[in-house]
Ligand binder design. Structure first.
Ligand code: NAD
Ligand code: UDP
Length: 309
C-alpha cells in the first residue's frame, strides 16, 4: 500500500515508519520539522519505497495514497504552548485537510488523538464513554480542544461523507528518539539523571500518569488501522505511577545520587490518568507487553548513546 504518515519525522511517527517499511509498504513521510528530526528518518532516505515531503498540514496537499496515519501535531506541553494558535491550526486545519484528502482519494485515515480529551479527569480510570473535563480557556486547551475538534471533524466527515476513519486516544508514550529538549516527563528525568543535574518534579509529585512504550503503541495503531473498529479507542499502558515514583525509579536506574527538586505545578495539570483498555483488548486484541522498567532501560540506553556524541 501507499501510506502517508504525517508527523513522520517525529517520535512516534518515525517508529511507525520503521514498521511500515519493514512490511514493504510505500511510505510518504510528511513533516514541517517543528519537533521532528531528520535523523529519525535518514536511514530511509535512499530507499526506493520511502519519500520525504517537507510540508505543513495546515496547507492542503494532493497525493495519491491508500492510508493516512495523521500524527502531525506537537505533543509536549512545552512545544504545543510555544505557539498555541499554531497548535490549534495544526489540529483543526491540519485534520480538515487530511480528511479532505482521504475523502478525495478514498483513503482510510487514522487520527492520533490523545488522553488529553479527558482533561483533568473526574472518572478513573478513563474509558472512551467519559466525555472529559477540559478547561476550554486554559493554557492546555490549544492542544486538548484542538484534538477534541479533530475528533469531531473525523466523525462528521465519516457521517456526512462516509470517510473511512480510525480514532486512537493515545496515552503518555515514551521511548528512544524523544528529543533531549522535548520537555515531557520521561525524557526530562532521564536526561537530568544522565547529566547529574536535579530531577525537576512539578508540584508534590503525587499526580499520576500511565506510561506506554513506543513499540507497544505502534502495534496498537497498526491494529486499529487495519481492523474494522473505528474507535475512538484508548491506547496506553494501564500501569499507573505517581510522578514521584517515576522520578525515584529513574534515579535508581541511572544515578542514585541525583537530587530531586520541586517546581511549581503548571496550570490545569491533570491529577490522575490511567486508560481503561478493555475496548482495545476486545476489538483490536491488543494490550501492552513492555513493562516500565524494561522500557526505561531501552530509553536510557538510547539517551546515553546520543548524549555521548
Ligand atoms: P512529536 O512532537 O515527536 O511529533 C510530532 C511531529 O509532527 C513532528 O515531527 C513535528 O515536526 C510534526 N508537525 C507538527 N506540526 C506540524 C504541522 N503543522 N505540519 C506538519 N508536521 C507537523 O510528537 P509524538 O509524541 O510523536 O506525537 C505524535 C502524535 O501522537 C501527535 O499527534 C500527538 O498529539 C499524539 N500523541 C502523542 C502522545 C505521546 O505521549 N507521545 C500522547 C497522545 C497523543
Ligand atoms: N512533569 C514533571 N517534571 C518535568 C516534566 C513533567 O514533574 O520535568 C510532570 C507534569 O507536571 C505532569 C507529568 O509530569 O504532571 C507528565 O507531564 P508530561 O509533560 O510528560 O505529559 P502530560 O502532562 O501531557 O501528561
Amino acid at each position: 500500500m501507499r501510506i502517508l504518515v504525517t508527523g513522520g519525522a517525529g517520535f512516534i511517527g518515525s517508529h511507525l515508519i520503521d514498521k511500515l517499511i519493514a512490511q514493504e509498504h510505500e511510505v510518504l513521510c510528511l513533516d514541517n520539522f517543528y519537533t521532528g528530526d531528520k535523523r529519525n528518518i535518514t536511514k530511509w532516505l535512499n530507499q526506493p519505497n520511502f519519500e520525504l515531503i517537507r510540508h505543513d498540514v495546515t496547507e492542503p496537499i494532493r497525493l495519491e495514497i491508500d492510508q493516512i496515519y495523521h500524527l502531525a501535531c506537537p505533543a509536549s506541553p512545552v512545544h504545543y504552548q510555544f505557539n498555541p494558535i499554531k497548535t490549534l491550526k495544526t489540529s483543526m486545519l491540519g485534520t480538515m485537510n487530511m480528511l479532505g484528502l482521504a475523502k478525495r482519494v478514498k483513503a482510510r485515515i487514522l487520527m492520533a488523538s490523545t488522553s488529553e480529551v479527558y482533561g483533568d479527569p473526574e472518572v478513573h480510570p478513563q474509558s472512551e464513554e467519559y466525555w472529559g473535563h477540559v478547561n476550554c480557556t486554559g493554557i492546555r486547551s490549544c492542544y486538548d480542544e484542538g484534538k477534541r475538534v479533530a475528533e469531531t471533524l473525523c466523525f462528521d466527515y465519516h457521517r456526512e461523507h462516509q470517510v473511512d476513519i480510525r480514532v486512537a486516544r493515545i496515552f503518555n508514550t515514551y521511548g528512544p528518539r524523544m528529543l533531549e529538549n522535548d520537555g515531557r516527563v520521561v525524557s526530562n528525568f532521564v536526561v537530568q539523571a544522565l547529566k547529574g543535574i536535579p530531577l525537576t518534579i512539578y508540584g508534590d509529585g503525587s499526580q499520576t500518569r500511565s506510561f506506554c512504550y513506543v513499540s507497544d503503541l505502534v502495534e496498537g495503531l497498526m491494529r486499529l488501522m487495519n481492523g474494522d473498529y473505528i474507535g475512538p479507542v484508548n491506547l496506553g499502558n494501564p500501569g499507573e505511577y505517581t510522578i514521584l515514583e517515576l522520578a525515584q525509579k529513574i534515579q535508581s536506574l541511572v544515578n542514585p545520587s541525583a537530587e530531586l527538586v520541586y517546581k511549581p505545578l503548571p496550570q490545569d495539570d491533570p491529577k490522575q490518568r490511567k486508560p481503561d483498555i478493555s475496548k482495545a483488548q476486545k476489538y483490536l486484541n491488543w494490550q501492552p507487553t513492555i513493562l516500565l522498567d524494561q522500557g526505561l532501560d531501552l530509553t536510557i540506553s538510547d539517551f546515553k548513546a546520543r548524549l555521548a556524541k
